[in-house]
Structure formats: C-alpha cells, structure tokens
Design a protein around this ligand. Structure first.
Ligand SMILES: Cc1cc2nc3c(=O)[nH]c(=O)nc-3n(C[C@H](O)[C@H](O)[C@H](O)COP(=O)(O)OP(=O)(O)OC[C@H]3O[C@@H](n4cnc5c(N)ncnc54)[C@H](O)[C@@H]3O)c2cc1C
Length: 404
C-alpha cells in the first residue's frame, strides 16, 4: 500500500510526481510505467530539442491552439500558465530561449536537459518500469491497480498514461465516458504532380477543406508524398475527427497567396500591366517561389505566354489557382516530429479545476490521456504541465497542503 500511484512516467506523470514531492515531501509515491524508461517521449520531442511551451502571442483564442479541451485548459492554465512553466524550469537551472515562431526551447537545444530536470525533481518517487497497468478498481476507500497478475493499492491514483491505444481496457471497471482515440497532427498524402516540387516551402498559405469550416494558415511544405508544414499539421488537428470519419479522403483547397480573390486580381493585374511583354513565368509575386509559380501558371493553362496574351479568362484561371487551388487528400502520413492522439477520457468525467473524477473521488487524470490535444508549437506539453500541476495540487490538498 502506498499513498499515491501515478500511472505513466511521461511528461504529465513525472511533473505531477515532482510537484507532489515539492508540496508534501513525506508522501509515498509509486509510478507504474509500461515502458523501459521514464520520459521516453519527452526525450524525442521537438526533434530532440523539446519545444516545452509557447508564448501564445500568435493565438487569438485558446480554441485555436486546443481544438479539444479548451474549457479544461483554460481552468488549468489559470492555475499554472506559461509564465509558471518558464519559472518552474528556470528555477531548476534550465536556461530557455524563445524562437521567432513563439516556441520556447531549452537554450541547450537538448530535450535531455528537460528529461534530467524532471527526473531530478521527481526523485524520491519510486518508479517501477515495465509495469503495464491493465485495470483500476475503485474500492471506495482506496484503489487497486492491476498489472497483469500483480496488484498495487493506494489511497489516490493519478492517471497520466498519454494517448491511449484503441482497445485500452484499463478503465473498463470504472464506467467512464471515453472519446474514441483518433490520430492528430499528421501530414497529408496527395497523389498529384505538385509533389515534383518537393522540398519547396511557401511562407504563409491558408489550407482548407471545402464545404466545411476547417481551415488553418501558416507555412506549407511540399513533400514527396504530399503536403506538410505548420498549415497542414494545424488543419490535421482541427480536422482529426472529420478526416477519420471520411477514411482520410477529402478535398483540399490551398490559398497560396493567403488573400481573397479580389486582392489576388489586384496583385496579379498590377504585375500584368507593368510587364505586358514579359513571359508569365518570369515575373511573380514575392510570396510565391518561382518553381511553384511555373507549376501554377501551367495548371491555369497560361504557361509559355506573355502577360499581354493571357486575357480575362487566363487572369481568372490564374487567380483561382492562386487562391483556391484544389487537391485531394488520399491518406495520412505520420509526421515524424510531433504526433498526438485526440480522444481519451471524456472531459465530462472530471472536475475541470481539480482533474478529479466526478464518479470516483480520489482518482485524477492529467495530460494526453484526457480528451485534450493541441496544434504543434509546445501547446501539448503546456497542457501536460498545467493539468499535472492541478492534479498534484488537488491530491496535496488531501494531505493538508494549502500552498498555491
Ligand atoms: C515525436 C513527438 C514529438 C513531440 N514533440 C512535441 C513538442 O516539441 N512539443 C509539445 O508540446 N508536444 C510534443 N509532442 C507531444 C507531447 O510529447 C505529448 O503531448 C506529451 O508527451 C503528453 O504527455 P503525457 O504525459 O500525457 O503522455 P506521455 O508523455 O506519452 O507519457 C505517457 C506514459 O504513460 C505510459 N503508459 C501508457 N499506458 C500505460 C499503462 N497502461 N500502464 C503504465 N504506463 C503506461 C507510457 O509508456 C508513457 O511513458 C510530441 C510527440 C511526439 C510523439
């Protein structure tokens, strides 16, 4: 019997253990981890550099960053916000840097510095590796956590098991409302000759799924299998459930100029009247790389002509290709740097302030196991820190801790 069992030694689990150690050092904490080491995923976050949070400067509403879980994140961040994350790591000796894209990283550019810091802060908690939890039973006055044949008992349980694979049975005895697990943050497979432009980046586009409100903007990268980059990853996050329902088949519209049709006519009309005798391929808006421009001119059927020759029809077709260029998503490709699961424990099961299960007092949840997930940029780890902080604070309250 121990005071607290934490299920999963990932970002949320280790942060929760560290906070519990800080608040109530005498507590007996056991972390049950299915894998062979703690923080395995954190070690590879941000391409090995760990994008641990975001300044949120570019974010107009929390929903933009958190397509699922905004309400809970709002409450969690009212208790532990970005400033608190920065202070938490800095006060443990981690120097941090803010990139131009609003993402925070350790100055060392080494995710292992974050791993070491969390491990040190959580030291004192017992971590049992290769213990895959298969069941949690609420006994009324305590919990039994089962790992195959083994059983562990504790007064309180914090579940931080991350994105749940389909078919997880751990929660079956608890009768919780679960949201189906669906991948989020992936790139699109597109069978189109545009992939010949692989490696090409366009600074700011809008990518949208026509017929829906699903759209996202940001840089776009053309790859050998289709499209990637922040605009596509964001769109995959907003559209995670829609795309799953549609078998990852959907139309895709790209607005390469990120302006409306009227503005596109103004820009392109200006180029045409200033360069009537020049070939269309030779003059293009700064925002469009020349290889893409030649491809789009060809697609609009005006390649190999002079500006004076394209006429109104050619102009309309070109502007349409620039602002509403149509493709077909025909599958997803796993994004190698960041990949999360949407779905998990439904948010209606928990008190959004304490992270405690409404039907099972003493049982808490934090991190990606909840139906919370975000776009790329450090928002997912911020969710792990904030929700784990709230869970740790709530458990510590049970032991008389009253600190903020
Ligand atoms: C390659 C990659 C790069 C990423 N980069 C970033 C980034 O730079 N910035 C960012 O904000 N987000 C990033 N993310 C997302 C981020 O890593 C996750 O959102 C975050 O780790 C979630 O924390 P967590 O503690 O909830 O889950 P995890 O960190 O996944 O930890 C869950 C732990 O629980 C264990 N576990 C699972 N089931 C059981 C079980 N039944 N019994 C016992 N243990 C169990 C797992 O083994 C794991 O150790 C990235 C994700 C990936 C895959």
């Amino acid at each position: 019997m121990t005071d607290i069992i934490i299920i999963g030694a990932g970002a949320a689990g280790m942060f929760c253990a560290a906070e519990l150690r800080r608040r109530v050092p005498r507590l007996g904490i056991t972390i049950l981890e299915a894998g062979r080491k703690s923080l395995a995923k954190v070690a590879v976050t941000g391409g090995g550099r760990c994008n641990l949070t975001n300044s949120f400067e570019d974010i107009r509403s929390l929903r933009e960053a958190y397509p699922r879980g905004e309400r809970v994140i709002k409450r969690a961040m009212s208790q532990f916000c970005v400033r608190d994350t920065l202070e938490w790591f800095r006060s443990r000796g981690v120097a941090l840097v803010l990139q131009d894209d609003h993402c925070w990283f350790p100055k060392s550019q080494d995710a292992m510095e974050i791993v070491r810091t969390l491990r040190e802060a959580a030291s004192g908690a017992e971590i049992l590796l290769e213990k895959k939890v298969t069941g949690i039973t609420d006994n009324g006055d305590c919990f039994t956590v089962t790992c195959g044949e083994e059983e562990f008992c504790a007064d309180y349980v914090v579940v931080t098991a991350g994105g749940l694979p389909a078919g997880t049975t751990m929660f079956d005895p608890l009768n919780l409302v679960m949201e189906p697990s669906v991948p989020s943050l992936f790139t699109f497979r597109i069978d189109d000759s545009v992939t010949q432009l692989m490696g090409l980046v366009v600074g700011k586009v809008t990518a949208a799924i026509p017929g829906t409100k699903l759209r996202a903007d940001g840089p776009l990268l053309i790859t050998d299998w289709g499209m990637s980059g922040p605009a596509i990853l964001r769109l995959s996050s907003y559209a995670a459930r829609y795309l799953k329902e549609n078998g990852y088949q959907a139309p895709l519209s790209v607005n390469w100029l990120n302006v409306n049709d009227e503005k596109a006519h103004e820009i392109i009309g200006g180029i045409a009247s200033a360069n009537p005798q020049k070939m269309v391929e030779s003059v293009h808006p700064d925002a469009i790389p020349s290889r893409l421009w030649a491809y789009l001119a060809g697609k609009a059927g005006i390649g190999g002509r002079r500006w004076a020759e394209i006429g109104k029809t050619g102009m309309n077709r070109l502007c349409s290709c620039l602002t509403d260029d149509n493709y077909r998503i025909c599958g997803r490709a796993k994004f190698k740097d960041e990949f999360v699961t949407c779905g998990g424990v439904g948010l209606g099961n928990i008190d959004p302030f304490t992270m405690e299960a409404k039907k099972h007092p003493g049982l808490f949840f934090a991190g990606e196991v909840l139906d919370i997930d975000a776009i790329t940029g450090g928002f997912n780890l911020q969710a792990a820190w904030s929700t784990a902080y709230c869970a740790a604070k709530s458990v510590a309250r049970k032991y008389g801790d009253t600190s903020d």
